[in-house]
Write a protein that binds this ligand. Sequence first.
Ligand code: NDP
Length: 274
Amino acid sequence: MTKVAVVTGSNKGIGLAIVRALCKQYEGEVYLTARDTGRGEEAVKTLNAEGLKPKFQQLDINDLNSITRAAAFFKDKYGGVDVLINNAAIAFKVADTTPFAVQAEVTLQTNFFATRDMLIHFMPLIKPGGRVVNVSSFVGVNTLKKCSEALQARFRSEDITEDELVGLMKRFVEKTKTGQHKEDGWPETAYGVSKTGLTTLSMILARRLSKERPHDNILLNACCPGWVRTDMAGDKAPKSPDEGAITPVYLALLPPGAKEPHGCFVSEKEVHPW
Ligand code: NDP
């Protein structure tokens, strides 16, 4: 059956560059997805003008109907998904004056809870030999180091469950509403906490894959693309989007039979301690 790769939030930035690279390197069909169909179709045209032929599927990770519609589509048309790259995310600008509690709720909703919804609905579709890449950030590593010792121990533990992690992410959001997040052990960064959560979730899901589907050779990792010139990071970042795509694409294309990395945080194609 035809192989298929799906990239969330790929109408611009690093996601678009990932689709570009996959169109050149992946032996299968590549789906550019976007929450807004107009922006998605424009992005497809941009790649068409470069001689590349991605396909398009509407996918808003904050909309459960959109997720389940897309999941049903890939199941019907391809019998599942071979490569999933969870790239979509948001970040408030440093200068944004939106109250921190609102920033926390909105940021955690997309970057952690909606990405988790994607994983809930797409993990059962991942085929043997599949690759799952969660685009996290080094900011999540630095944020981990700024958490209380007790929180750090939980995020690093091998026995943290998905439910416990979800509870911790909800607790952060709740504590910001009363301004008690600092005394509860959290640093002042919603984006950072969302990425600490996503990296921890990646490790939990990788352990679960190893346990529940030990013979399927699926590799799941979190990664940092580096500091990349996009609408999110601004124009002073050193890397181009195509350079930012290198590590996510490397993880997406780990050769058949590879056993590692799996359940790791990867940056510049190398595993980093968590
Ligand atoms: P951009 O802001 O340029 O692009 C983000 C993409 O995500 C856009 O296509 C956006 O769509 C999409 N998106 C946002 N919310 C949703 C949603 N609910 N459903 C579907 N798509 C959505 O960011 P980058 O390209 O810089 O970031 C890509 C990834 O890399 C993110 O996970 C980010 O956290 C991570 N990262 C980036 C770094 C950098 O330096 N740029 C550094 C470390 C990590 P729309 O156009 O509709 O808003």
